[in-house]
Ligand binder design. Structure first.
Ligand code: GUN
Length: 299
């Protein structure tokens, strides 16, 4: 059997970052504005530290200002909300991201709701969630946005296709389903209580796996020729004591059946940061009323 086409997120995200860099340069030269992203990290979660470091590096690389706020783990909710209030009012800051998870004594929902919706580059504020659901022009969560860019690039129109989203998180599953509905897909949202998950997946032309279970989706669940977007990033231990990253899809099996598939690493992962930069540029352009093609960011 022929192998699936690999959807290369490294290549696509590099192209996107190049476009963003050019746009940032243009805005600097013609409007004397430098887009700025503020990233807030509370505590010392090792995975979050890696993410925040990468975000800082990529933000600087594309010519934007990066404002990093690393706060100790015992920072109070009140202190964090005060910092966000300051960033909301700071004209040099166009995007605000509070890295999740926050420590247990802080209410993440309160924190998300404190961020100005027009600076909420994560797209998690209820105002942006509502706009995505109702077809309005808000800010779209980065991982679903990046996944949709890859899908549109590979398939062109998605109109009429059947899509299954495995996972119903606020960060990926639910916003991904809304984006697919916007593109006129027929959408099923599957989750841990779904009765016959393999049957739901077998019916789908597009499979979005976002459950956080290493290699859970098996090759014989995939409809031949389907497009598979693997959002999972799971670190698993190997017998020799080393470890490796795998997705939520059993890649070795699925690649024999699918029409196209994103690898892990190198698929959706690099798209997330590129879309964060894209959202920061979008927020900056809207705040300064600059003209950028933003109605459908992936077209
Ligand atoms: N932690 C894991 N993913 C995300 C994300 O997309 N945004 C934020 N703020 N934190 C995260």
């Amino acid at each position: 059997m022929t192998q699936a086409k690999l959807i290369d997120g490294n290549e696509f995200s590099a192209g996107l970052r190049e476009q963003i860099t050019a746009r940032v340069q243009e805005i600097r030269d013609h409007h004397h504005v430098i887009p700025g992203l503020a990233v807030v990290l509370v505590g010392e979660d090792p995975a979050s530290q890696v993410y925040v470091r990468n975000k800082h590096k990529r933000t600087i690389e594309c010519g934007m200002n990066s404002f990093e706020h690393r706060l100790p783990v015992d920072t109070s909710e009140h202190q964090l909300l005060n910092l966000i209030e300051g960033l909301n009012d700071d004209p040099a800051v166009h995007g605000i991201l509070v890295q999740l998870p926050v420590p247990k004594h802080i209410d993440a929902e309160k924190v998300i709701e404190a961020i100005r919706p027009d600076k909420d580059v994560d797209g998690f504020h209820p105002m942006n969630v509502g706009k995505l659901a109702s077809g309005g022009l808000g800010l779209i969560p980065c991982t679903p946005l990046g996944s949709m860019m890859l899908l549109r690039d590979h398939l062109g129109s998605l109109s009429g296709l059947k899509a299954v989203v495995i996972g119903r998180s606020n960060i990926v599953g639910k916003p991904m389903a809304h984006l697919l509905i916007r593109e006129s897909c027929t959408v099923t949202i599957a989750h841990s209580r779904t009765r016959d998950l393999p049957a739901e997946v077998r019916a789908a032309d597009i499979v979005i796996a976002a459950v956080g279970q290493p290699e859970m989706v098996r090759g014989d669940w995939i409809k031949p020729g389907a497009t598979v977007i693997d959002v999972g990033i799971n670190r698993i231990a190997l017998p020799d004591g080393k470890s490796k990253l795998v997705g939520d899809v059993n890649f070795a099996e699925a690649v024999q059946v699918a029409g196209a598939i994103t690898p892990v690493p190198g698929g959706v992962g690099p798209m997330t940061i590129a879309c964060l930069l894209r959202n920061t540029l979008t927020a900056c352009a809207r705040l300064h009323r600059l003209d950028i093609p933003e109605a459908k960011p992936w077209s």
